[in-house]
Design a protein around this ligand. Structure first.
Ligand code: SF4
Length: 745
């Protein structure tokens, strides 16, 4: 069983770390571990390094590091932070274990075996960069810039992404954060209020909060959780709409145990009720909204009764939710959510959330949707060139957009289909930078076929992943604790406090070990090799940070003097800007052939004997990225599959039983996990945390730990408006002792 193997390996590595001094010196030379000598407390000089910004998840809390003899021994929240303050989460604390993880990539590697079954040979940076440049240039010379696909993720991937997109000229760039996560949210709000919403809800000052499939408390982001908890402490009512009794549902006043895929029907019924009973904010709609009549007519059939039947919830509960929202409007936080690519029909649900916020008049008011007013900084990167749309896969032969409300970049599925068919053109070079497309994109086998047919695959990462197994050249990147990187801005998280703004920049807390390099070094070298030396915008990442800070009248030296964070007075964020407009009915959407008024699109129900596979997060992991972290693995080494208690009884399953999964297309999980029996999930669904079950043997802690839910996502569902993937469309059965168990209705 994966659990035992992983735990044993962890204990083995822990005992190694506690070994004798001569051995620890060997370990140090090979892995970067340095054994802390057993000296009496206080006998060693400790220093504090400032300017850290966490990247164990994307929230980017501000850090300080405690160092002893040049080694980072502890991370803490920066006391000067008006964002996370002195708090950091379990993952933030465990950054030390990532920094010194013996499995980290250390040197450039060349695959002298097969893609997917690599045999690694250490090579020099000169050789690695020369090969990357010549192979990528070869692809461009033979197939044009459109012959390259880029899968980037994270703060360091922007610079190389801009190089390939803006300078080389490929449109084939697909960020997982857009096409498998939040892009659909951003574009739906863009089409409704002209802005991406972020998670800008003023929860501390709200009177009611509604979360729809949003697992605050499980996707811990420190200041966001503080904001949520403060709202609850201040007496805000909490409505949680979720098929599962999540950590947030456990704190709710109303838990709506909704049938998966029907959320839009639920929202339409609430909005129809608000309109019909004139419980909506008439003044706000008159002043700021367009298309109210078309909207009211378009949702007029959505009675509570109809929605209750569709959503499999009581009529009274929908009315209760609608009344709570109306009674507490406008001080209501309708959370836009995150990781909202669920069913391939998600644009309409996200539009519904934006429209509901408008009916409640909950934009730019206390407790509503309120973007803070941040300070301005620079954004130096590669200059934009117009490369036309001839090779943009999102445009058809008639120069019309296939997915007109797409996030930036090209929908992943269009890139994969072109790569596999060679039509309308071949895609033969691939750059994967900080992304793990094997475990982020549905259709894992398809992704492997895409990579298999490439002439050249280059990967850059901090750790090995399932995707790095497919690289020809694998380059080790410095981690977030070892490099300059981004400039981050923000405001204090509670707008009832004194208005303040902050500017901070990620600075290295320690030097990079081994041969790890930063994104600007790597990208510039490849750009030079590909003939773009003249266009290089900055020589070093430090220069980029300096230029971005200079726009705000700051410098790295100044930030260092200010303990890593520059604070200044802020501005009152409440009050609607003059140019604000809400499109309840959007004519452009209708002209493009989609519903201009939010519309419910039913999804396929589970076939007999199957349950829908839902997935989510846990507080101690950031999906797959933290799986190999020994401390975090110790806290949660596998992802138990939640199953309804009555269903489990009928199947003879009990807590802790070992099971595998098989989906309705016959794909079996390659590992097993344990069962969690609970009344806190519907009978038509099972649930597990995303990102487990890594297959890369170089991950000595994470390999085969838990089940890889992505491997079971074999049905491809694409949101028609945006081209984003739906990721909750697969149906599974459990396998125990080799026997496949039918899930009873
Ligand atoms: S929420 Fe946790 S992991 Fe994310 S940036 Fe903050 S401390 Fe790091």
């Amino acid at each position: 069983m994966a659990f035992n193997l992983t735990r044993r390996r962890f204990l083995q590595s822990a005992s190694l770390a506690a070994a004798s001094i001569p051995l620890s010196k060997v370990v140090s030379a090979e892995t970067g571990f340095v054994q802390s000598p057993l000296e009496p407390k206080g006998s060693l000089k400790e220093e504090t390094a400032t300017g850290g910004i966490c990247e164990m998840c994307f929230w980017r809390c501000q850090l300080i590091g405690k160092k002893r003899d040049g080694r980072l021994i502890k991370l803490e929240g920066n006391p000067k932070s008006i964002d996370n303050g002195t708090s950091i989460c379990a993952r933030g604390n465990a950054g030390i274990k990532l920094l010194y993880d013996p499995d980290r990539l250390k040197y450039p590697l060349k695959n002298v075996g097969e893609r997917g079954k690599p045999v690694w040979k250490r090579i020099s940076w000169e050789e690695a960069l020369a090969e990357c440049s010549s192979k990528l240039k070869g692809v461009v010379d033979k197939y044009g810039p459109q012959g390259i696909a880029v899968f980037p993720h994270g703060s360091t991937a922007k610079y190389p992404m801009h190089f390939f997109e803006r300078t080389v000229g490929t449109h084939n760039v697909s960020e997982a954060s857009f096409f498998q996560c939040r892009g659909i949210r951003d574009t739906a709000y863009w089409a409704t209020i002209g802005k991406a919403p972020g998670e800008n809800v003023d929860m501390p000052n709200s009177k009611a909060i509604m979360l729809l499939g949003s697992h605050i408390g499980e996707n811990v982001h420190v200041s966001h959780v503080k904001s949520f908890i403060k709202g609850l402490q201040n007496g805000s009512k909490l409505i949680v709409v979720d098929p599962r009794y999540s950590a947030a549902a456990a704190k709710s006043d109303v838990w709506v145990k909704i049938k998966p895929g029907t959320d839009t029907a639920f929202l339409l019924a609430i909005m129809n009720y608000l309109v019909k009973t004139e419980k909506y904010n008439v003044d706000f709609i008159d002043e700021w909204a367009d298309g109210f009549d078309e909207f009211a007519e378009g949702i007029a059939d959505w009675t509570f009764e109809r929605a209750a039947k569709e959503c499999n919830i009581p009529v009274e509960q929908i009315k209760e939710v609608a009344d709570i929202l109306a009674e507490n409007a406008p001080n209501v936080s309708i959370h836009p959510g995150r990781h909202v690519s669920w069913y391939g029909n998600d644009f309409q649900r996200q539009r519904s959330l934006a429209c509901l916020t408008a009916l409640l008049g909950a934009y730019y008011v206390e407790g509503g949707w309120v973007p803070g007013i941040k300070p301005k900084v620079g954004k130096v990167s590669w200059a934009k060139h117009d490369h036309g749309n001839e090779h943009n896969l999102n445009y058809n032969e008639d120069e019309e957009l296939r997915h007109p409300f797409t996030p930036p970049g090209t929908p992943t599925e269009l890139i994969r289909d072109a790569a596999l068919t060679g039509k309308p053109y071949p895609i033969k070079g691939c750059v994967i930078w900080g992304q793990n497309p094997i475990q982020t994109i549905p259709g894992q086998e398809k992704m492997k076929d895409v990579l298999r047919q490439m002439d050249f695959v280059m990967c850059v990462d901090v750790m090995p992943t399932d995707a790095t197994m497919w690289a020809d050249i694998l380059l080790p990147e410095a981690s977030y604790l070892e490099r300059f990187d981004l400039v981050k801005t923000g405001t204090q998280w509670d707008f009832s406090e004194k208005h303040q703004q902050y500017i901070t920049a990620r600075m290295p807390l320690v030097e990079p070990m081994f041969e790890r390099k930063d994104n600007v070094f790597i990208t510039n070298a490849i750009a030079k090799g590909m003939g773009h030396e003249e266009e290089i915008p900055v020589k070093t990442v430090e220069e980029m940070v300096e230029k971005n800070l200079a726009v705000a009248g700051l410098s790295i030296a100044q930030l260092k003097k200010e303990d890593g964070i520059h604070l200044r007075d802020g501005k009152d964020p409440y009050g609607i800007p003059e140019d604000f407009e809400v499109l309840l009915y959007n004519e452009d959407i209708e002209d493009a052939g989609f519903p201009g008024v939010p519309t419910y699109m039913p999804v396929e129900p589970p076939p007999a004997g199957f349950a829908r596979l839902l997935y989510g997060r846990v507080p101690v992991h950031t999906f797959n990225r933290t799986q190999n972290n020994a401390w975090l693995n110790f806290a949660m080494p596998e992802n138990p599959v939640w199953i309804n208690d009555e269903t489990a009884n009928k199947l003879g399953l009990k807590d802790g039983d070992t099971v595998g999964l098989v989906n309705s297309e016959g794909f079996k999980s390659h590992t097993t996990t344990t069962v969690k029996v609970t009344p806190g999930i519907r009978k038509d669904s099972v649930y597990m945390a995303h990102g487990y079950g890594s297959a890369n043997p170089l991950l000595s802690v994470a390999v085969n730990a838990g089940v890889d839910d992505t491997s079971l996502m074999t049905k491809i569902a694409i949101d028609p408006e945006t081209g984003a993937h739906g990721m909750r469309n697969n149906f599974v059965k459990l396998i125990k002792d080799g026997k496949v168990l039918d899930i009873p209705a």
